[in-house]
Write a protein that binds this ligand. Structure first.
Ligand code: SF4
Length: 417
């Protein structure tokens, strides 16, 4: 057993607040594994919530484990150290159950990596009764349960939180700076999304759409304020919450600030922009998905161009001078005219006094969504569209453009189909 690995995990625990360390005596022991690094996994609200819900049960002791960071994998192999739980640095094979929480299909391969490092056969038929029961749950499992059948003894499809007795908002349970949202306390305002964009899995995974009451949300906020002053408000359309402004003002009154996980252009008002500014936002992210209003309508994102241009104006006049825009290419029914429309869209947005950053992602049809049977454009065509878009954008006042790789999109597509 590597001393270096154990002391690394002990250090992570020392830097956490909220860690639950239970005596295992007489309890059901579960290790909750996020098949990516600690840094990535600890940003996942689902992981926090399941950890909390399981540990609230007196008969259960739940610890966490993660895929080791790249620089530690060699150390694991060299010293034949299995993947260990964070809390008590116990091999995951010594728990009664191993529960993988899988948010993204791209982490599928990491499940095998975790099991192989732990000397646990990946194929469930080779395990016999000599190993812990392996369970898989999370958004990626709900969307694509078949992918996990060969490895996992049990598949939990659907929303774990909804199937438990817990009906309260999910919230951060452990606070650490060693993660992407380390400066925040995350609180779920809504589960799912009230909209039905054809490409998006959020309304499918979390169905039916649920909005928590302001009292429930404030209670979850209060829980985190002693740990973090910045509150991440999570949901598919958080600005649509009827008490959004009251909740935002409540956070400010407690000396905190907030950050919404989604901002729809058609919800933007001067008072919301002022609240965002007061919370220290310098950049706001909007997702038109397409530069063409018609195509946007076809894919279910029914927000007219005008709403985006108006939102840019409102944000700019309230001191928010940077907008990040998300687009997709390779959408069903898309033509070159739709790609060119992104240029016109950007030119109109530029009329407001804002800096623009653009992120362009290839469309990948996701299982169980309305677009699950749509065609994946293919790498060559996506590359051609990227070149066309680069040419179009070279004439506009926007230099900060990030393109997601068509090859990664192809990998994602292959995993699902
Ligand atoms: S893309 Fe956004 S608005 Fe559309 S369904 Fe998904 S979360 Fe809701």
């Amino acid at each position: 057993m590597s001393w270096k690995i154990k002391s690394h995990l002990k250090q992570l625990v020392r830097e956490e607040e909220g860690t639950v360390i239970k005596d295992f005596g007489g309890k059901r022991s579960i290790v909750l594994v996020y098949p990516n690094t600690y840094f990535v996994g600890m940003s996942n609200l689902g992981m926090h919530n399941i950890y909390r819900l399981l540990n609230e049960r007196e008969d259960t002791a739940c610890e966490r484990a993660f895929l080791p960071e790249k620089n530690l994998i060699a150390e694991h192999k060299r010293t034949n150290t299995p993947v260990l739980s964070v809390e008590s640095q116990k091999p995951i094979s010594e728990f009664q159950k191993i529960a993988f929480s899988i948010a993204f299909e791209n982490d599928f391969k990491n499940i095998s990596a975790v099991l192989e490092l732990s000397n646990i056969p990946v194929d469930k038929t080779e395990r016999g009764g000599r190993y812990p029961e392996i369970i898989a749950g999370g958004a990626a499992v709900t969307l694509n349960p078949k992918l996990f059948e060969k490895i996992c003894d049990k598949i939990v499809s659907g929303d774990f939180e909804a199937s438990s007795a817990e009906k309260k908002p999910a919230r951060s349970a452990v606070w650490t700076n060693n993660t992407e949202f380390g400066s925040m306390h995350l609180v779920e305002m809504q589960r799912g999304c009230p909209h039905r964009c054809g490409f998006c899995a959020a309304p499918i995974i979390y169905h039916p759409f649920k909005q928590f009451s302001k009292e429930e949300i404030m209670e979850a906020i209060n829980f985190g304020l002693p740990h973090r002053k910045k509150i991440g408000l999570i949901g598919g359309d958080v600005l649509a919450h009827p008490d959004f402004e009251e909740i935002a003002e409540y956070i400010h009154s407690k000396g905190g600030s907030f950050s919404p996980s989604s901002v729809r252009a058609d919800r933007m008002t001067p008072s919301i922009a002022a609240l965002l500014r007061k919370s220290g936002h310098k950049t706001v992210t909007l997702a038109p998905e397409s530069g063409s209003e018609n195509l946007r309508k076809t894919i279910g994102k029914n927000i007219p161009d005008e709403k985006f241009f108006k939102a840019a104006e409102i944000l700019s006049s309230n001191g928010i001078k940077q907008i990040k825009l998300y687009f997709m290419i390779g959408l069903p029914g898309e033509t070159d005219k739709d790609i060119e429309a992104i240029g016109d869209f950007i030119n109109e947005m530029n009329k407001a006094d804002v800096g623009l950053k653009i992120s362009v992602n290839p469309f990948v049809p996701k299982n169980k969504t309305q677009f699950q049977d749509e065609r994946f454009e293919g790498v060559a065509e996506l590359k051609r569209k990227i070149s066309l878009l680069k040419k179009v954008l070279s004439k506009s006042r926007c230099r900060a453009v990030k393109f997601e790789s068509p090859i990664s999109a192809l990998h994602e597509y292959k995993m699902q189909h």
